[in-house]
Design a protein around this ligand. Structure first.
Ligand SMILES: [Zn+2]
Length: 352
């Protein structure tokens, strides 16, 4: 169903857009001005979307034919990113994003993840890169694990420190010069796609892990049926926050290049897969983009996100939910079984 999802022919070269590429990050091929892949430095050959307008800025999404990883270009500027992250799309000051019922589901998901990790490593030291509110680390600590976290967002980090008393390092992990070979498990959950240099973080993870230690990376999957159907309206595309768009093949290649051995791939996520489908189905039905997601956010976020009130959209969601909710559940279960391609993938890779 999704063997060929890239509409290569309809997209044109990017010569005219060379002025908007950021030379600090992107190396530009002198001859044809197309950007090169951040990983292999070769020209990006598969154009997925061009000229996507977000907040008066224009972005392109292309994939490296060799690395099988999609990249946004240019990256948003630091200023633009700071503005986007602070406007409430990601977290409130207190750190809570959703209402109680959904927060509880997320908590159950974390408990199940601890059980999965325990199948490989019983206990030890875990580092959560981009640990957010520290909910997962708290669950791991309750299971007897020694915990460490890193978090870019200062307010979110201080929530994790105050609420759970966790040890959280601010910002970039490489900055902190943690001892080599000291950690049993490193978790990078829905974070790698936001980072400007994912390879650097994987290399640093390799250094920090003990031999036989486990790196767990969870990312949205560009080769998923969710993306094939939703295209620009896919809920997990999340532009321009997601700078990289991984495929299962691409992430496995990147990990093996960095001396990791993939042990297990999970293609269903209770937290992500059904909602990813549901919101994508609603988005392609013409309802205001991500309206349900905004409705489910905690009240502090809702006020700013809900103006003007979308009465028609809300009615349409209520009418469609009895069909779309079971459909989203069925598709989430079927996509890993039939197509072996989940909307979000979680890869467990061992340090060789
Ligand atoms: Zn490449």
């Amino acid at each position: 169903m999704v063997s060929k999802i890239m509409p290569v022919a309809e997209l044109t070269p990017l010569e005219t857009q060379s002025q908007i590429l950021d030379p600090q990050i992107w190396s530009i091929d002198e001859k044809n001005t197309r950007p090169n892949c951040i990983f292999c430095k070769q020209e990006l050959t598969i154009y997925i979307f061009k000229n996507i307008r977000i907040n008066k800025n224009s972005y392109n999404l292309s994939e490296c034919g060799k690395c099988k990883i999609g990249m946004l270009h240019p990256f948003p500027s630091e200023e633009e990113l700071a503005k986007l992250y602070s406007c409430g799309n990601y977290r409130t000051d207190a750190g809570k994003r959703f209402g109680f019922a959904i927060e509880f589901l997320i908590y159950l998901g974390r408990l199940r993840k601890r059980r999965r990790i325990n199948q490989f490593i019983k206990t030890g030291k875990i580092l959560d890169i981009g640990c957010g509110r520290g909910l997962f680390l708290d669950v791991m600590r309750r299971g007897g694990w020694d915990t460490l976290g890193t978090e870019f967002n200062e307010e979110t980090a201080s929530y994790a420190i105050k609420t759970y008393g966790l040890k959280i390092f601010p910002g970039d992990i490489a900055r902190h010069k943690l001892p080599t070979g000291d950690i049993d498990v490193i978790n990078i959950n829905q974070v790698l796609e936001h980072l400007k240099n994912p390879n650097k973080v994987i290399q640093e993870s390799y250094r920090l892990l003990k031999k036989g230690g486990m790196l767990i990376i969870s990312v949205p999957n560009l080769r998923s049926p969710q993306f094939a159907i939703g295209k620009k309206k896919w809920f997990l595309l999340d532009l321009p926050f997601h700078l990289f768009h991984f495929t299962e093949e691409g992430l496995c290649k990147l990990l093996s290049k960095n001396e990791f051995k993939v042990k297990y791939i999970k293609r269903f996520s209770l937290e992500i897969s059904p909602f990813g489908w549901l919101q994508t189905l609603l988005n392609i039905s013409g309802i205001r983009f991500n309206l349900l997601y905004d409705l489910l956010k905690s009240p502090e976020l809702k006020d700013s996100a809900m103006e003007p009130i979308q009465v028609k959209g809300i009615i349409a969601i209520f009418l469609l939910l009895p069909i779309y909710f079971p459909l989203a559940l069925v598709l989430s279960v079927l996509e890993p079984l039939i197509w072996k391609r989940g909307g979000s993938i979680e890869i467990y890779a061992e340090k060789k």
